[in-house]
Design a protein around this ligand. Sequence first.
Ligand code: NDP
Length: 343
Amino acid sequence: LLKEYSAHGKVSTDLYDVQSGPVPNASSLKPNEVLVHVRYVSVDPYLRMRLSGVDGPYSRAFKVGHPISSHGVGEVIASTSSDYKEGDRVTGGAFPWSKYATFDVTPEVAKASGFSKLEGVLAKAPLEWHIGVLGMPSFTAWYGLNVIAQPKKGETIVVSAAAGAVGQAVVQLAKSLGLYVVAAAGSDEKVAYLKDELKADAVFNYKKVDSYSATLKGLCPRGIDIYFDNVGGEFLDAVLEHVNKNARIAACGAISQYQKEKGETYGIKNVMSVVGNEVRWEGFIIMYHYKSHYEAFVKDITERVKNGTFNYKLHISEGIETAPQAMVDMMSGKNFGKTCVKV
Ligand code: NDP
């Protein structure tokens, strides 16, 4: 449960109360409710904004005294709805961080929270795939690269936070499309993984270089055609010094700014490079694009997984009581792969 808001600065585990209570009783379900054994919940950077107490353009602040929630997946153990039965696998964007949860599955309510039954090929996939390989960040990578960046073979792409949930998928997809991939991450272990396992063409540990701009200049001899931006701030500003004409920036996130103290956020200086190079700098929020593109994503990614050309690394934290620490670790780069909690 959320104990208090944190408007600025680094998140800590003190923001939460971990409580125990009885498992909800199947006989107390109201009409059109399901009781779900929650199996995995996702830990994502956008939750930082929801902990600040301020509603954002696309996400609402959590309420003090209420559970934190995020994408999740689980199994129905009791149901009063004719649409759901015991054993059905379900997923949604508002799974509370708890071992068990009841959901109102009246169609309008379920639709509003993205709650649904996994059917067909999705029901057969391992449960953790719905957080991992078929999960929201993997879809973000696929959509941001294909639809926003519209890559052409031979172009140079720079990817930041490249070993994380979104980044690792961008790197693999970009390589498969014949792009020259330059990947940045914050530890030598992550950089080695990007180079050796994901086969990025050039890599660097952004925490160990003196200048982002000089490093990018050296690693991108033909300039930058695409920047998949996960971090914003100073890194984005450095990229703008080296973009080619008609470059595309997929503005996915700005994690370097999410934990800044009040008044400390970085102001981009090289905006005229966007104008002069006719750069398309386009933001997107993935939850608005499920209806139009999720099916195509699933088809493409499951094919790649079957061929052995797409691997997705999970960073699994065991036990729901570890979720607050998993959030702190993810925001500070201690995760290696997509952070989730195995409930
Ligand atoms: P990750 O799994 O990549 O975890 C976050 C990573 O960010 C950390 O591991 C760390 O990696 C890196 N990081 C933390 N602080 C900084 C910093 N100050 N400077 C640079 N890197 C930092 O998270 P996701 O893949 O889930 O998210 C990546 C980005 O994508 C975020 O900005 C997120 O908000 C955005 N996003 C946007 C979506 C959309 O719809 N637009 C949907 C999903 C995600 P390292 O060790 O390399 O520093």
